[in-house]
Design a protein around this ligand. Structure first.
Ligand code: KG4
Ligand code: ZN
Length: 339
């Protein structure tokens, strides 16, 4: 069975062909990142125009690389939220038109669920309940999965973790997107050089990341304006990156392990752009080990927005008997488990 995945929830335009839920024949991503860089963040109008220009080209390229024709497709899986409404509508309209032309079913996919399902392309899903950790530019969520049901345990009360990375990098003049840059710089720095106090939230499994961003801002504005090293070291930007990354990873890991113990589950599935983070990957794996909790991360290319993960999630929900109809519309604020 061949599933075409379509992902246009933000600045990427992506199409993928997935065979039988487990073999990615192609996964083409066209990013508009370079066009947003001068603005230090994604400009929605630029993103949706890029999707419109690229969608047909990316679709044709996905077919070409998979060595299939559009008549071979059996199912279309398309992101319908959450994300930028203009971008989502491009992919959704394209999916509907194609499904109509080819007379095949289509299913709307929740982008956040897609991030977790990215893990299941290369590895079969957990047999029992598991904890999901979604860490992206727009979301930070801890979820509990049992059978088909998904329950939100906690989420960020302010900035998403990826957003905190991006804003911190901007404050340090490092460029956009901040996550990969800070991750790289952190390798050269001392994670103990700066201390950030742990945020306190009401909800046991909620997160907060705006405080650490403000703390970095204060360091930049007062005392460390040049960000020269406190004790004659010349590496303080790298130290700040390493310290920021260590704190953020520790907060994420602590709550994730605590959620596993609370729910008595032995598996964690992580997804979203920040799941590429080297420290999060090593620390979570290391801290889960004494509790015999197994942690899964997607392979690096599948951590970022891509249509392969949408095809996989669509294939799963189609297998559960779900179909979408022509009235399906973009849902920019779609919540996990809502679809
Ligand atoms: O999931 P994603 O591709 O898009 C959204 O759905 O938001 O995530 C993008 C986010 C950006 O904030 C980016 O800075 C962050 O993922 N990111 C990282 C790393 N690579 C990407 N954050 C930390 N470490 C990384 N290595
Ligand atoms: Zn994403």
């Amino acid at each position: 069975m061949l599933t075409l995945g379509i992902e246009t929830s933000c600045d990427e335009t992506s199409c993928a062909v997935l065979k039988d839920g487990g073999q990615l024949l192609s996964n083409v991503v066209s990013s508009s990142l370079a066009k947003h860089k001068p603005f230090g963040g994604v400009v929605p109008e630029i993103a949706s125009r890029h999707c419109l220009e690229q969608i047909d080209l990316v679709f044709q390229e996905a077919l070409r690389r998979a060595k299939v024709s559009k008549k071979d497709l059996d199912l279309i899986a398309v992101t319908y939220g959450p994300g930028l409404v203009g971008s989502i509508l491009v992919g959704l309209s394209f999916a509907k038109a194609l499904a109509y032309e080819l007379k095949i079913p289509f299913v709307g996919v929740n982008h956040l669920e897609g991030h977790l399902s990215a893990n299941f392309i290369e590895d079969s899903p957990p047999k029992g309940p598991y904890i999901g950790l979604i860490v992206s530019g727009g979301h930070t969520e801890l979820t509990y999965h049992k059978g088909k049901s998904v329950k939100l345990l906690g989420s960020t009360i302010d900035d998403a973790v990826g957003e905190a990375y991006d804003k911190t990098a901007k404050l340090l003049g490092l460029g956009y997107p901040g996550g990969p840059i800070i991750d790289r710089m952190a390798q050269e720095g001392d994670p103990k050089a700066f201390r950030f106090s742990k945020p306190k939230q009401e909800g046991r499994f909620d997160f907060s990341f705006s405080g650490i961003k403000t703390a970095v801002m204060q360091l930049v504005n007062n005392g460390h304006s040049s960000l020269r090293a406190p004790e004659g070291r010349s590496n303080d930007r790298a130290d700040l990156c390493a310290s920021f990354q260590e704190s953020v990873a520790r907060w994420l890991v602590e709550k994730t392990i605590s959620a596993c113990r609370h729910k008595k589950v032995k598996e964690v599935v992580v997804g979203g752009g920040v799941s590429a983070n080297s420290r999060l990957r090593s620390l979570l794996t290391q801290e889960a080990e004494p509790y015999r909790i197994r942690v899964r991360f997607p392979s690096l290319p599948l951590t970022q927005d891509n249509a392969g993960m949408i095809a996989r999630r669509g294939w799963e929900i189609y297998g559960q008997g779900k179909r979408s109809n022509w009235t399906l519309s973009a849902k920019p604020n779609l919540k996990i488990g809502e679809s």
